[in-house]
Design a protein around this ligand. Structure first.
Ligand code: MN
Length: 290
């Protein structure tokens, strides 16, 4: 079997704040690229919130980000450590805790906010998470918004002798996360209990990348560190790397959509007309319904 080769590596970048609760480094689109370049389809954005310490807050203050819109794609929040509470205008809401994932389909659009829970804000603590944006195929861009709350118990785990794969989306070793995605997407939270080698296959022509969220890995005798993101070739199928005890890796793979991308910050559509429509609908308060 042909192995996918490394085509690009991204290293930790300078951080920026999203609201006052998220301290992230942006890895997708690639440096100097825009979403319109669509080089990692179906993935259009990845923000990594490396571990940082939030001090205890006073007087019930909760860091976070206030109401903002999304249309035309999905946001996938993978939490390693923190407790965040969200609310939206589609009537959804809830808490995402450690080792949980929220898969939000913005679809036709909603407004939502994301704040640390009262408990987390009062005590302070380590925040560590990833937010990945998955594009929607054009025929699904205007679907009804929905949430898939993946709790610790509901994420299937495939156990091997030295590592575990938590299957957030797609299928691993015949274990399938039952949630629906709108195009083929694989998302694995891989955790090494002891040093060992991880191998898997990803279909040829899929976009494939990994982000190291803890520890180090080795690929072909080269060491990659926490915060590195590695992009693999579409040619080939095999993925293989070695991790140390405690290493965590997020593997994302998906079938490219091969559709044009028009982007204006929280809206990701196919044409400029659709973007204008999104802005018009937003200004007309249409995201506040439901
Ligand atoms: Mn958001």
């Amino acid at each position: 079997m042909n192995t996918k080769t490394i085509i690009r590596t991204e290293h930790p970048r300078h951080m920026h704040m999203v609201g006052d609760g998220f301290r992230v480094a942006n890895y997708l689109p690639w440096y100097g690229k825009t979403m319109e370049d669509d080089i990692a389809s179906p993935f259009i954005m990845l923000d990594y919130n490396a571990p940082w310490s939030i001090p205890p807050q006073k007087d019930g203050y909760r860091p976070g980000v206030g109401f903002h819109p999304h249309r035309g794609f999905e946001t996938v929040t993978v939490v390693y450590s923190w407790e965040v509470e969200h609310q939206d205008t589609a009537g959804g809401g809830g808490v995402i805790g450690p080792d949980e994932v929220q898969w939000m389909t913005a679809g036709s659009g909603l407004l939502h906010n994301e704040f640390m829970t009262e408990k987390f804000s009062r005590a302070g603590g380590i925040q560590h998470a990833v937010q990945l944006w998955v594009n929607l195929p054009s025929k699904y861009k205007m679907v009804e918004p929905r949430y898939q709350a993946l709790t610790r118990e509901s994420i299937p785990e495939v156990d091997f002798s030295w590592w575990r794969v938590r299957v957030i989306a797609g299928e691993y070793d015949a274990i399938r996360w039952p949630a629906e995605t709108f195009s083929p997407v694989e998302l694995y939270d891989i955790r090494f209990d002891t040093e060992g080698e991880f191998t898997t296959t990803v279909p040829e022509w899929y976009t494939t990348a990994i982000l190291i969220t803890e520890g180090n890995i080795m690929i072909a005798d080269k060491v990659y560190h926490h915060g590195d993101m590695i992009h693999f070739s579409k040619i080939g199928e095999g993925i293989r790397f070695t991790g140390n005890a405690g290493t965590k890796v997020l593997l994302m793979a998906g079938e490219p959509l091969w559709e044009p991308v028009a982007h204006y910050w929280p809206f990701v559509m196919n044409t400029e007309d659709e973007i204008r429509q999104a802005i018009q609908d937003y200004n007309a308060g249409k995201f506040e319904r439901k």
